[in-house]
Write a protein that binds this ligand. Structure first.
Ligand SMILES: Cc1cc2nc3c(=O)[nH]c(=O)nc-3n(C[C@H](O)[C@H](O)[C@H](O)COP(=O)(O)OP(=O)(O)OC[C@H]3O[C@@H](n4cnc5c(N)ncnc54)[C@H](O)[C@@H]3O)c2cc1C
Length: 425
């Protein structure tokens, strides 16, 4: 009877446990979680805050007891793993205990970055990642005490908090240290358009504002003081400036790491039998061929499934690691597919806009590098697949089904051609 350990129980951990159980009904599966809840979906936290979903909906796989019964797991709650001895496949715990396994999955996810900046621990300063964060913010907003909000971080999480404030009709200002919004994914032209459109909805945006510290005013309000001396005062401050992978407990091990745990296409680390999946790992990015952390819900679930299959002895590859980000907020959407930082001034640019879409795409010869789209959230999947196919085989044309779908959605012929489509005539 094989013994499996799963460290961290989010989307990645759950899907790995499910896959192992399906392929190895007799296995002992120990799950170690540093929380006391079932696996939740962090991307739903802001939907709970604005009242769009009930609390239970944060847990897409059911509550902890249901998951435990369904998959026959030994779940150790409030039991963080504090160390790993990869040579012996052994886990360490805070009380000095150790436990050895045949196969181990590291699926510890990521945490919201809260750097050691003065004032970040003041009451009224919050972050957004966990179910607890969501409950705390919703309570605060429902109390009616918050009259204004400053969101620091104009990216995927910050924009969803802005949307929450709009739902409660709380005036909100958005600031960011980078040159423009969605800096790691947007072309400057796309970001400037998104900024203009957001400001038209009543949310002022200030870029190139690097936070120095936060102070409390005599009336209880909070002032975020920027490194350039500029001051932004609000009733509450949301700090949404990025995530840090939860891999600190591996620092004394010789598991190969970049910012996260490095894995191959089978989600295996440099140690046979030890795997990693989800936000804590860096898998092979199919665009660059190098390791890259792409922390999205689809990847966490799929990578967990792939790791689980391999742990149970069935070879499976994860081959869809490509940069994709979708921000859907205030009846607006921005999607980025591919690596904006790979684009060079000499590359070919395609730009299009009509009343419905804004598209900007860049390629070098037939190699597509990055696509930004506004207004086309429902075509995200098909454009992503076309992008992946174009990378895998730059000489192949788009298939007829994709061309028809894109035409049906009203995408212009030159964009379809840019993606590798041929005229239907
Ligand atoms: C506000 C917000 C919006 C988002 N929006 C989107 C979106 O629109 N689209 C999208 O695709 N993705 C989105 N994401 C990202 C997506 O939610 C994550 O990529 C995904 O949930 C990661 O799953 P995971 O299982 O890897 O990690 P997690 O869900 O972080 O789970 C890891 C678990 O491991 C636990 N843990 C950590 N360390 C230890 C330890 N040492 N021992 C035991 N347990 C440990 C953690 O507490 C946690 O419970 C969003 C995230 C946030 C926060």
């Amino acid at each position: 009877m094989k013994k499996y350990a799963i460290i961290g129980f989010g989307g990645a951990g759950y899907n790995a446990a499910k896959e192992v159980r399906q392929r190895d009904p007799e296995a002992v599966i120990d799950v170690y979680s540093d929380t006391d809840t079932g696996p939740y979906n962090p991307m739903l936290t802001t939907y709970y805050v604005k009242g769009a979903i009930p609390y239970d909906a944060l847990f897409p796989f059911g509550d902890l007891e249901a998951v435990k019964r369904e998959l026959n797991l030994n779940i150790h709650t409030d039991c963080p793993v504090t160390g790993l001895v990869p040579e012996e496949k052994k886990l360490r715990f805070a009380d000095g205990r150790e436990a050895a396994y045949d196969k181990i999955l590291i699926s510890t996810g990521a945490s919201a970055v809260m750097p050691p900046i003065p004032g970040l621990n003041l009451p009224g300063v919050f972050k957004m990642r966990t179910a607890k964060d969501a409950v705390a913010l919703r309570e605060l907003l429902e109390s009616g005490q918050v009259k204004s909000c400053l969101v620091i971080g104009a990216s995927w999480v910050g924009i969803k908090v802005v949307e929450d404030m709009a739902a409660y009709r709380i005036p909100c200002t958005l600031v960011d240290g980078a040159k423009w919004m969605f800096y790691v994914a947007a072309f400057e032209a796309t970001a400037k358009r998104a900024q203009q459109d957001l400001e038209a909805k009543g949310v002022p945006v200030y870029c190139e504002q690097m936070l120095d510290h936060i102070e409390q005013e005599a009336d209880g309000q909070l002032t975020a003081v920027m490194q350039n001396g500029r001051r932004f005062t609000a009733g509450t401050v949301a700090v949404c400036i990025g995530v840090r992978m939860n891999v600190g407990f591996l620092k004394d091990s010789s598991v190969a790491m970049g910012r996260g745990v490095l894995v191959d296409r089978y989600m295996q680390t440099n140690y046979p039998g030890i795997y990693a999946a989800g936000d804590c790992c860096e898998a092979i990015d199919i665009q660059s061929g190098t390791h890259r952390n792409i922390g999205v819900w689809f990847n966490a679930n799929k990578q967990g499934q792939v790791a689980g299959a391999n742990m149970a002895g069935t070879p499976m590859e994860f081959d869809a690691n490509v940069l994709v980000n979708l921000a859907h907020y205030m009846d607006y959407d921005f999607i980025s597919i591919g690596d904006v930082s790979a684009c060079k001034p000499e590359d070919e640019v395609y730009e299009y806009e009509d009343g419905r879409y804004y598209i900007r795409a860049v390629r070098d010869g037939k190699a597509i590098k990055c696509i930004n789209m506004i207004g086309s959230a429902d075509s995200n999947g098909i454009v992503k697949n076309a992008f992946i196919k174009a990378i895998e085989n730059p000489e192949a044309d788009l298939d007829i089904k994709t061309i028809c779908f894109l035409k049906g959605k009203g995408f212009p012929d030159p964009f379809i051609n840019f993606l590798g489509g041929k005229s239907l005539d």
